[in-house]
Design a protein around this ligand. Structure first.
Ligand code: IMP
Length: 195
């Protein structure tokens, strides 16, 4: 008789409560229990969010020895050649959404995308799941729900920024896409392991 895949617990290394809450909601249908660990892993200097997440997850697994997730994400703005990208957190802390709007004040090209690199480490190694959402930078700040650059990012095909449409964000954000890919992967692996 086939066994039902059991619920799995996975650590999520993040001190960002918004990221954790979003991730928990996305993974609920996959029967994955996320446990928040606000530990700061090693953070290398790199333009690549994949590399930052991968190196941090590998190092953290070496220390904690339990299955865990590390996410690195960023906002890549076309007219700024991908800036702030992997440096999004530092730039947000220094100049916020206002600073980004100032940089783009005379700019008609508003294309941008959010990228999420989610690294999962367990005894089999590290795997990275990537989620991308394209859109544009708004002309003004729309305060509301969410965090970070949510008040100025309007996803493609929509008129409101993420901060004004949390249900849209939950469906199609970079984080939703990466975590869903991870959820599918783990469900498949669990099915395989119970055979
Ligand atoms: P990190 O992944 O902790 O390095 O942070 C990436 C930074 O990108 C965050 O501090 C936010 O400023 C921004 N960011 C990442 N994901 C989102 C999002 O879903 N909404 C808004 N801003 C985000």
């Amino acid at each position: 008789m086939k066994k039902r895949p059991r619920s799995r617990s996975v650590l999520f290394l993040t001190s960002n409560r918004h990221k954790f809450a979003e991730a928990q909601t996305i993974l609920k249908p996959f029967n994955i229990k996320l446990i928040q660990k606000p530990a700061k892993g090693i953070e290398i200097q790199s333009d690549s969010v994949e590399e930052v997440a991968r190196v941090c997850a590998k190092d953290a697994y070496g220390r904690f020895c339990v299955p865990l997730l590390v996410e690195d994400s960023g906002l890549f703005i076309g007219a700024l050649n991908g800036f702030p990208g992997a440096y999004s957190a530092a730039i947000y802390n220094q100049v916020g959404c206002e600073g980004i709007l100032r940089l783009l004040a005379q700019e008609r090209r508003r294309f941008a995308r959010f990228v999420c690199a989610l690294a999962y480490a367990d005894s089999r190694g590290v795997r990275v799941f990537k989620g991308i959402v394209s859109g544009k930078i708004a002309s003004k700040i729309h305060k509301g729900a969410g965090f970070g650059y949510d008040p100025i990012f309007i996803p493609k095909g929509h008129t409101k920024p993420f901060s004004a449409a949390p249900e849209t964000k939950a469906k199609l954000s970079h984080r939703a896409r990466a975590f869903k890919a991870f959820g599918r992967f783990l469900a498949k692996q669990a099915k395989h392991d119970t055979r």
